[in-house]
Write a protein of this length. Structure first.
Length: 618
């Protein structure tokens, strides 16, 4: 792909709104002049991720991520700059400028995979709805209760029972078979033979958060094993963080601040047809923390609606814990034993599902106690005591004293145990938990969301900002907003900034204004090529500062920068003097002289302490 010129980059930048783009990944709320949300790049419970819609840049004060709309898309999707530019250009209907037309073979690998998936999804849908090959499968789908409108909306298709139907289709369109194996559309045996991965299956396209097809789920219509077959992991399809139907349901989820999490895509499709538009599902893998974070960025409340069998209840117990860890409020929808949402709707109807399942979703504590009880057969007092102990482990997690008291009374009544005994045991359980938590909190948990190859892991533990570093940061903040301040700093600062990255940013600012650019932090951030400097600049621009800064304040910051080398030199001299005096004292045998040297050393030590504090605090 030919390198895009600056004019086209600016055209795309002007056409997209960073708030809209980030808003598709992060639930943003107004806070003062900025929009804030939970950072998608590191683990946090309180929002430190800021978006400035006016200046069109973002910054996270937790992990340091920051930059413009291209930086965000590159980091969140793990894309190169050309890939991010292409993605945003397509979003606003702009065509990438190429030096010459390119065939699929000449484009980058991901673009080829996206195009192949798009074409194959259209192919399978056409086979199901418009060819003799798909007639039996279409009857099966319609018998399952899916309307033609839903079949079209979800682009449900059929892969004929052939070893080379898809292979020939892709070859004819110029796709390399080996690359299609890597894309997960074809498969290859030990002898090197390439063949269709999906055969004789009803096909459900799997889309990413932007609606691009990245994989398929295939359901067998005959007695073929496995019954369900999903695409393998590829550079497009990551099962551990892909959420089925998110691109369709996102608006409904955010409007209600609630997502309904199902076990499979058939449950999502059935409930969508029934009018429930905030349903999503994971795909053939255990529920992960990455799934939970994707959901939390879009909603705070989650209703878990897994199957009513034992496996479904076990999966519910695991998923709710993960969802709570990322800050979700969870409820569990009750389904009868051995029945899934799709079956329930067919048997009792959509209204009954809404009224008796979704609206009757129970709190987590109630579910956990019910789940615990279902796993235990209480034969004797020993079993009862064990169950009470486990139940109190759950109950003591509640923050509400009223709720704790209610459940404790239920336990006391059910097992005819004095309430005070139950409460005493609860206090002991709580005390034991506190000890465990205190030990765990000493080690900060590290979380990697696998975005951008795990570049951001946890939050940054920044050292305290020294006085001269703070002065440099404040000056850079005001320099980005005022060329007058930048000119003044350049003229009055007799020394370079001590921190290399601050010095580099100042140099870029001088060049930025020298080229006639306007006083705009957002434009300056976009002017920078280095992603690390973009992050630094976005953080400085987002600092809470007095915007009506006085000349005296600027003078004070400049003075602090100018005197730092002198203070550092003086501090080093005093430390050397102190060490000399202490060495002299150690070698001196005359008591009176030793005392004099000690007094002198003490005075020098006090000066060192005062100067160190001055350098720290300013």
């Amino acid at each position: 792909m030919a390198k895009s010129n600056d004019e086209f980059v600016q055209q795309v930048r002007s056409a997209v709104d960073i708030v809209d783009i980030i808003g598709e990944y992060v639930q943003l709320k107004k806070s003062g002049r900025a929009l804030v949300g939970l950072c998608p790049f590191h683990s946090e419970k309180s929002p430190s991720f800021n978006v400035n819609g006016g200046r069109q840049f973002f910054h996270c004060f937790g992990c340091g991520a920051g930059g413009d709309v291209f930086s965000f898309v590159m980091q969140i999707e793990g894309l190169t700059f050309p890939e991010a530019l292409k993605k945003l250009a397509e979003r606003v209907g702009l065509t990438m400028p190429y030096e010459q037309a390119e065939s699929p073979m000449e484009q980058d690998s991901k673009a080829v995979m996206y195009e192949a998936h798009r074409l194959v999804a259209k192919l399978y849908h056409h086979v199901l709805t418009s060819t003799p090959y798909g007639q039996a499968a279409l009857r099966y789908v319609e018998k399952r209760g899916l309307s033609r409108q839903i079949i079209d909306e979800f682009q449900i298709g059929f892969a004929p029972d052939s070893w080379d139907f898809t292979t020939h289709f892709l070859k004819k369109r110029g796709f390399e078979p080996q690359e299609m194996v890597e894309a997960g559309l074809l498969a290859q045996n030990d002898n090197g033979r390439i063949f269709d991965r999906f055969r004789g299956r009803i096909m459900f396209p799997i889309q990413d958060s932007q609606g691009e097809v990245i994989g398929f789920g295939g359901r067998a219509t005959e007695n073929i094993q496995p019954k369900y077959l999903n695409s393998p992991e590829t550079s497009l399809f990551n099962k551990s963080r892909t959420v089925f139907n998110l691109h369709r349901s996102r608006t409904h989820i955010r409007k209600r601040n609630q997502a309904i999490l199902f076990e499979g895509y058939m449950d999502v499709i059935s409930t969508w047809q029934a009018g429930i538009k905030n349903g999503i599902a994971t795909l053939g893998t255990a529920f992960t923390e990455q799934h939970a974070r994707v959901i939390r960025r879009n909603a705070e409340q989650v209703i878990l609606c897994y199957d009513g069998d034992n496996a479904g209840q076990e999966a519910t117990a695991k998923a709710l814990g993960i969802l709570q860890q990322v800050g979700c409020t969870v409820r569990i929808a009750p389904l009868p034993q051995g029945i899934d949402p799709d079956d329930f709707i067919k048997k009792y109807g959509a209204d009954a599902f809404s009224q008796k399942v979704i609206l009757q979703a129970m709190p987590v504590t109630q579910f956990r106690l019910k789940h615990l009880r279902g796993k235990r057969v209480l034969h004797d007092k020993h079993d009862e005591a064990k169950y009470i102990q486990e139940a109190l482990e759950v109950i003591t997690q509640l923050s509400s004293p009223i709720e704790r008291d209610m459940y404790e009374r239920q336990l006391a009544d059910e097992f005819t145990v004095p309430l005070e005994t139950i409460k005493a045991e609860a206090r002991q359980v709580h005390k034991n938990k506190q000890k465990i938590n205190e030990q765990r909190d000493k080690v900060e948990p590290v979380w990697n969301n696998s975005i951008n190859n795990g570049k951001f892991v946890g939050a940054k533990n920044s050292p305290p900002v020294t006085a001269h570093a703070k002065a440099e940061r404040m000056l850079l903040h005001y320099m980005m907003k005022s060329q007058d301040v930048a000119d003044r700093v350049r003229e009055e600062c007799k020394v370079d900034f001590q921190q290399d990255e601050h010095n580099a940013l100042a140099a870029y600012l001088y060049a930025f204004y020298a080229e006639g650019n306007p006083e705009d932090p957002g434009d300056f951030i976009r002017y920078l090529d280095d992603e690390n400097l973009k992050q630094l600049a976005s953080g400085l621009a987002m600092m809470e500062c007095n915007e009506d800064v006085s000349d005296k304040e600027i003078s004070d910051y400049i003075r602090q920068v100018n005197i730092y080398p002198l203070q550092s030199f003086e501090l080093e001299r005093l430390r050397e003097e102190y060490n000399f005096l202490m060495t002299q004292r150690g070698e001196c045998e005359e008591e009176e002289r030793r005392k004099q040297l000690m007094d002198q050393a003490r005075l020098v030590g006090m000066k060192i302490h005062e100067l160190e504090n001055a350098l720290k605090e300013g």
